[in-house]
Structures are given as structure tokens and as C-alpha cells.
Design a protein around this ligand. Structure first.
Ligand code: FRU
Length: 459
């Protein structure tokens, strides 16, 4: 196991594994009060390797309990990304002593990629189905990352699997026997790259209309800004997705660099659509200067649809707001000494403003709104960037996004040791950013017309 960092960069509010490498969240499923988080995991090094599914559970999406590895590689290959459902009606027949199973669907990856299932009735130990794979490879190199969902039109299960430059849809009554029902793409997609980690779910628009959201992570080349997760709005007709609410450009789940492969929770009893992403980037993830672990998940975010002057857009806000998880706020008058490495900020501002987090080593992380009414998060001088030339380059330093709105802005920021998440404008801006200050930031400075409230977390 390599050690790389000069200090402990492990966040406290964000999920990390005890040791080893993690990438995509997998199998997000809620059952009987438990949020399960499975994840792409290589326990034996802090770099990507033969993929396992790691496993943790939480009651509140903040405190996690680590559980044993759920799925390990076997003769059919590595265990790549996928999803899970709680099969409360035992459609699969995998129940045991009256206990319904969690059924996980994942990609077995070796020379070929195919979809397999595994089940558990105790929520910890998983048994791989003996008839795997359940969806054979149809002759496509990149064919992976199945996301299972309830199909209300067929009253069946469906799953979406990405296949090169498009998505394939399948339906099943029992999670074992699958038939193909349709495809979406490449028409309608304006972004080059291999499709990865799809997700699909309905949300209510403010006018009450049901709109389906298709999420696809894109392997965009480094020179073109690196991997990012886009979304489409439209309809699901029971067989496939139809993009009948196209955008003029491309819309991202997060316009920054450190949120990939985001996936939402499956849960019959869940009122909210909750999503978690991998808070890193394939371009530099393996070089990030953490020690015994590598990789972090974003905070759980709640999704909804909001009207903006540009039309209907997806909004992401922290699932647990500062008011839920932090103590009572104090107001900051232009400057404050910081003695915590984890804190929240609520900001009400008008026009151009900056929030500067700085330390004794002249490092500073700056975010706010610039003179062009763009939200920015600038990490170019935020700390150690010697570990990877691309992380240090202009292309990966500054998140900049034009606001959908003009006038006053409300922003919420959570800073957690080495990751900043900023949410603004009803969640139409939401971005995570990794930073490695060589000393903790000990000062916050407010520049411009902004009222800033400071929130402390108790651990
Ligand atoms: C996305 C991805 C998936 C794949 C997994 C492998 O980050 O490339 O498509 O299943 O990672 O770890």
C-alpha cells in the first residue's frame, strides 16, 4: 500500500473507505430504514485494480458503518458497476424464511462484459446467481453498468444498460429473465464519449407534470475537460426513453470535475430522489495525495425539477441541509479565524462577491459570483497540486458556470477537510471540488456584498 500525503486529508462528513481504492457508487438501495452504499472497490491498493463491490450502511446518509466486501471477482470477471433493488414481493424467488432479498445487478467484466445478479436476505452476505450472466453480451465492447428500476407502465422491472454510444432497455418479471425493449441514442446526445453508469427515474415538474430523467456519465477526453455526468429530460414509454424536452446545449449533473458516475437510491418507501456520485475524476484520482485510502463519495443530494428562465432544469441540494446536521449559525462580519476543518456556510449575496478560505502557507480556495454573473470555484492556488499535472492545469482549476438567474443569490457551502461542495440558485448550481491545503485553512474572508452564516458540526 503506497502512502502519498503529507497530512490527513480524510473528510468527516463524506464517505471514504477505511483503506484501498474506490470509484463509482453502486447498488444504492434503501430497505427497512437502511441506506446501503456499495461501491467499486479495490481493497489491496490505492489504485484501480480487480474490482469488488465494497459495502457500507447508514441510517442518515452521514454516518456509515463499514461492512464486509459484498462481491469479489470470480471466473466470469471483475465486478463492475451496477445497481440493486429490494425485492419486497419476492418476484425473484430468492427469499429465504420469509425474508425478501436485496437483488444486485452488476457487470461481470473480463474479455467481454455481461450482466449478472446476486442476492442477499440478510443485507450483508451475497450469493451470486448460479445461472449468471442474465444478460449476455450482444457483441458490443462496452456493455455495462445496469441500473434496475420499477417500470410502472409494464408493472415489471426494467433496467437500463449502456452499450457504447447508447442505452439499451430491458424488462423482466423476476429480475432473472430479461427481454430487450428498446434503445436510446446516439441521436439526441451532443457529447462525444463512451456512455457509462446510466440511471433513469421520474420527477414531478413544478406544473405537476411527470418528467423522466435519464442520467449518463460520459468518458469525455482529458483535453476536452474530462469525464462528466450529463442528464436528459423526457418520457419513458415503458420500453425506452424519449428525449422530448431537449436542451440547446448539454446539461450536467455537476459542472465541476469531481462528481462522476452519480446514481440514485432505489426504495419503495423513499419520497425523495437521492443521488450520490464518486467525488473524483479519472484524470487524476489515483494520484490524489491521500494515504491509506483513495476516493470519496459526494454528499447525498436530493434531486428535483425547477423552472428557470432557460426552461426546466434539474436541481441538486444537500439531502441533509445545514439546518439538519449542524449547530446554530453565527454571522461572519467580513473575516473570521477558522479553527475547524469541517464547516458549513449559508450565503446571501447581491452582485459580485468572493469567499476566500486561506492558510498560513498563502494557499487560498476562492468561490463566489464574478462580474459576468457566473458562479465560480477556483482551486488554482488552493493547496498541493504537485501530484498531477492535469489537476494543476487551468483546465481543471476553475469551475465556472453562467447562472440561470440574475439578481440576489442564495448559496450553501460545505467544506470538509479536502472537499468543498457548493449549491446555489435553488440547486441549479451544484458542484464538488477536491482540494489539498498543505495546512488547514485558518481564515475566511468575505469580499463584496454578502451576508455569511457559519455552521459548526459536532462529531
Ligand atoms: C465508470 C466505470 C464504469 C465501470 C467501472 C469500473 O467510472 O468505468 O463504467 O463499470 O467504472 O470500475
Amino acid at each position: 500500500m503506497s502512502t502519498k500525503g503529507v497530512r490527513d486529508y480524510r473528510p468527516k462528513l463524506h464517505f471514504t473507505t477505511e483503506k484501498g481504492w474506490i470509484n463509482d457508487p453502486n447498488g444504492l438501495v434503501y430497505e427497512n430504514g437502511n441506506y446501503h452504499l456499495f461501491y467499486q472497490y479495490y481493497p489491496h491498493d490505492t489504485k484501480w485494480g480487480p474490482m469488488h463491490w465494497g459495502h457500507a450502511i447508514s441510517k442518515d446518509l452521514i454516518k456509515w458503518k463499514h461492512l464486509p466486501v459484498a462481491l469479489a471477482p470470480d471466473d466470469l470477471g471483475f465486478i463492475f458497476s451496477g445497481s440493486a433493488v429490494y425485492d419486497s414481493e419476492n418476484t425473484s424467488g430468492f427469499a429465504s424464511f420469509g425474508k425478501p432479498p436485496i437483488v444486485a445487478m452488476f457487470t461481470h467484466s473480463c474479455e467481454t462484459q455481461q450482466q449478472s445478479i446476486a442476492y442477499s436476505t440478510d443485507g450483508v452476505n451475497f450469493i451470486k446467481y448460479e445461472g449468471n450472466p442474465v444478460i449476455k453480451n450482444p457483441g458490443i465492447k462496452d456493455f455495462r453498468d445496469p441500473k434496475v428500476f420499477y417500470n410502472p407502465i409494464r408493472d415489471s422491472w426494467s433496467c437500463v444498460v449502456v452499450a457504447g454510444d447508447r442505452a439499451h432497455f430491458y424488462a423482466s418479471q423476476d429480475l432473472i429473465h430479461w427481454e430487450k425493449t428498446g434503445e436510446f441514442g446516439p441521436e439526441g446526445n451532443r457529447c462525444l464519449g463512451i456512455w457509462e453508469c446510466p440511471d433513469i427515474f421520474p420527477l414531478k415538474a413544478p406544473n405537476g407534470e411527470e418528467v423522466w430523467v435519464l442520467v449518463v456519465s460520459m468518458t469525455i477526453k482529458r483535453e476536452e475537460g474530462g469525464p462528466k455526468t450529463q442528464y436528459f429530460l423526457g418520457t419513458f414509454d415503458g420500453d425506452t426513453f424519449i428525449c422530448d424536452k431537449p436542451f440547446d446545449g448539454i446539461e450536467w449533473i455537476d459542472p465541476g470535475f469531481d462528481n462522476y458516475a452519480a446514481m440514485s437510491y432505489y426504495g419503495e418507501d423513499l419520497k425523495d430522489r437521492i443521488i450520490i456520485g464518486w467525488g473524483s475524476n479519472w484524470v487524476y484520482a489515483a494520484d490524489t495525495p491521500t494515504n491509506e485510502y483513495c476516493g470519496v463519495m459526494t454528499l447525498a443530494r436530493k434531486l428535483s425539477l425547477v423552472d428557470t428562465p432557460a426552461g426546466l432544469r434539474l436541481s441538486s441540494i444537500p439531502y441533509k441541509t445545514l439546518g439538519n446536521i449542524a449547530g446554530a449559525p453565527t454571522i461572519i462580519e467580513s473575516q473570521k479565524e477558522l479553527d475547524e476543518e469541517v464547516f458549513g456556510l449559508r450565503i446571501k449575496a447581491n452582485g459580485e462577491f468572493s469567499i476566500v478560505l486561506s492558510n498560513e502557507n498563502q494557499e487560498k480556495l476562492v468561490f463566489g459570483v464574478n462580474s459576468k454573473n457566473e458562479i465560480f470555484m477556483d482551486r488554482s492556488q488552493a493547496g498541493d497540486n504537485s501530484f498531477n499535472e492535469h489537476y494543476a492545469s487551468n483546465l481543471f482549476s476553475n469551475v465556472v458556470k453562467q447562472r440561470f438567474f440574475s439578481g440576489p443569490i442564495t448559496m450553501e457551502a460545505v467544506f470538509d477537510v479536502s472537499i468543498l461542495e457548493v449549491f446555489a440558485d435553488k440547486g441549479t448550481f451544484a458542484s464538488a471540488q477536491l482540494v489539498y491545503p498543505t495546512k488547514p485553512y485558518n481564515k475566511i474572508t468575505i469580499i463584496g456584498d454578502a451576508q455569511v452564516y457559519y455552521y459548526n458540526f459536532e462529531f
